[in-house]
Design a protein around this ligand. Structure first.
Ligand SMILES: Nc1ncnc2c1ncn2[C@@H]1O[C@H](COP(=O)(O)OP(=O)(O)OP(=O)(O)O)[C@@H](O)[C@H]1O
Length: 334
């Protein structure tokens, strides 16, 4: 059973009305969409805000049956979806299984397919629920490795998150001929330039400032990008980053798909998303559905802050213990 979230009920009700209107009058939808996505405007961020307010076409999916997926084309309600049911490339599937994933988490079951289908998606689920692997899987599936062009940009608010996401991308794409680049602030720009000159990266993961710089300096070509992912979107669309993110967005092709991923989606961020997303599917996974079947969680209580070495030792001990047969379906993973 599916129910609309009341949190964004204004958007949802307006959405439905707009969606109906859009069906009847496609030109009107196009006009509004064009205005919303007008990146040629000199007005910058003032154009980023939509004076009409709520042409967001947001659809909220909230399932009451854990593991069930509904309101998604091609997915039968109530059937638990496996990675093998997602019609993914063989090499990608191999990477997913080799990484130790057996069953998709709730957010993965709901969000991977619409992202692969090219829809604008807002995916919201708590930390540690597999959001990173969700968009990495979708990006890899949509990447055409035989075309030497940058096809996806994943933005992260911090260097550490960018590196982490890049690692996930490399692991899942291990059996694909995918070229990736991680370009983050703090390192030497010259190193990024050298990397991008070696071979165009199909997928770029980076922090907004450095990505924007490399696009402006024409070291990164945004003209063939089909997918923009904003991870931790609440941070990326906060005042610190919003201008840079929008500057990057304005360089991308008109039809670019936008995927927003976050643990929280405050109303002010939602209102910003309305300005540059087209009819986004909003996927909100409720707290009680968030447990990853393949993951057991532990905590270790310590008296004071522990050093990195000690933390690694604790994790190592747990990993050894967990790899004991029968103790965890995903050895070493927590
Ligand atoms: N389907 C899966 N099966 C087993 N493990 C998984 C699966 N998906 C993700 N994981 C693992 O679960 C952990 C948390 O996943 P991930 O970092 O993607 O979560 P997240 O929602 O992006 O968290 P955050 O919001 O903190 O970035 C990681 O170690 C990841 O490798």
């Amino acid at each position: 059973m599916t129910s609309a979230s009341t949190k964004f009920s204004r958007d949802v009700s307006t959405s439905r009305a707009s969606e109906e209107g859009a069906d009847e009058n496609p030109n009107e939808a196009q006009e509004l969409g064009g205005r919303r996505r007008d990146r040629d405007s000199e007005a910058g961020l003032s154009e980023f805000r939509n004076p009409e307010g709520s042409y967001g076409l947001t659809t909220t999916v909230e399932d009451e049956n854990a593991g069930a997926v509904s309101d998604q084309e091609g997915v039968a309600e109530g059937s638990p979806l496996g990675f093998e049911d997602m019609n993914l490339k063989d090499e990608l599937l191999r990477g997913i299984y080799a990484y130790g994933f057996e069953t998709p988490s709730a957010i993965q079951q709901r969000a991977i397919i619409p992202c692969v289908q090219g829809r604008d998606v807002i995916a919201q689920a708590q930390s540690g629920t597999g959001k990173t692997a969700t968009f990495c899987t979708a990006v890899l599936e949509r990447t055409e490795c035989s075309t030497p062009e940058t096809q996806a940009i994943i933005l992260e608010p911090t260097r550490e998150l960018a590196l982490q996401t890049h690692r996930c991308l490399l692991a899942l794409g291990d059996y694909m001929k995918v070229q990736t680049a991680c370009i983050v602030g703090g390192g030497r720009v010259a190193d990024d330039v050298t990397r991008l000159r070696q071979s165009p990266a199909h997928v770029v993961v980076g922090t907004p400032g450095r990505v924007k710089h490399l696009i402006n300096a024409q070291h990164l070509d945004p003209r063939r990008v089909t997918m923009l992912v904003l991870d931790e979107a609440d941070d990326l669309l906060s005042s610190d980053f919003k201008d840079q993110v929008y500057d990057i967005f304005r360089t991308l092709p008109d039809q670019v798909q936008v995927v927003l991923v976050s643990a929280t989606m405050p109303p002010e961020v939602m209102s910003v998303t309305e300005q540059f997303m087209r009819n986004p599917l909003q996927i909100l996974v409720k707290k009680e559905q968030l447990t990853l079947a393949g993951i057991r969680q532990f905590y270790v209580q310590v008296e004071r802050e522990v050093s990195g070495c000690l933390a690694n030792a604790v994790v190592g001990t747990l990993a050894v213990h967990l790899s004991d047969p029968g103790s965890n379906p995903v050895p070493g993973r927590m």
